[in-house]
Design a protein around this ligand. Sequence first.
Ligand code: AVI
Length: 325
Amino acid sequence: MPTKPENANELLDVSTADEEFLNDAIEGLSRKPQKTISPKYLYDKRGSELFDDICELDEYYPTRTEISIMRQYADEMAEAIGTEALLVEYGSGSSMKTGTLLKALKNLTGYVPMDISGEHLEEAAQRIAADFPNLHVYPVCADFTQPFDLPPVEGTVRRRVAYFPGSTIGNFTKAQAADVLKHISDLMGSGGGLLIGVDLEKDPEVLKRAYDDSKGVTANFNLNLLDRMNRELDANFDRSAFEHQARYNHDLSRIEMHLVAEKPQTVRLDDTEISFNTGESIHTENSHKFTEETFAELAGEAGFTLVKVWKDPRAYFSVMYLEVA
Ligand code: AVI
């Protein structure tokens, strides 16, 4: 059995400091005319659990559709990637999709799971290391909206390939997504690849049901952000005075999540007071939907060329493979 490099399975923590949450929350909630908070703050431990519950909902089609695409086409994806690749996963933890891909990949040199949550990451890395005992796993704790370096790895790396499942790219604004894609293309380098889950444009009614489900799980996920600010930032939000809303923005092809104040109120956040009028909202998340063309254009700005696209029969979701020229 090959021996593992010394740094395999060791967590490399390059995440940003916690006080950023307070600064970001005060800055975002002071914005006019639209109060806003970055969607990355939806994912504390409770938020991550609620997101896992969302993925199980009948109305939330993306997860199960992406898994079915991975199961059906993993071999074709592995063929496009080739041998002796270093696979870098953006936002790991989606072990079902990753396992399917790792099984199909031939002679993989190493696997770098990356996540902003150290806890989530260690669990995911341990699971993968147990399922693939011969695989060299190098977990990296990082906020991938910022540039970061890859750990040194042992063996021949013929190509670095980013694996970015879940259509998380859709949660960034177009400008942020272009930046993230540029960081990825810089890190993968010339000849590098990107295998990415991309949610597709569809009937807005299907989208509204997916983002405002009948069991209220997505509402809880959104409202948890208020609880989180109370827990971590010494805030005093009354969650019963806010309502979850999912709105489809036709012009920007995206679902927007908002927390809407149901009555006028003033909330304290550390030493800052934030006032809300009735109907005023905090914009908490965007989920952009693409066509093959709009995504190829966005990724093209970062130096990627679209090589292949796999879709489900309803064309609800896609997995695209792109390469850096
Ligand atoms: C993580 N991300 C891709 C999800 C999405 O569909 O945009 C987050 C989510 N928000 C509400 N439901 C799911």
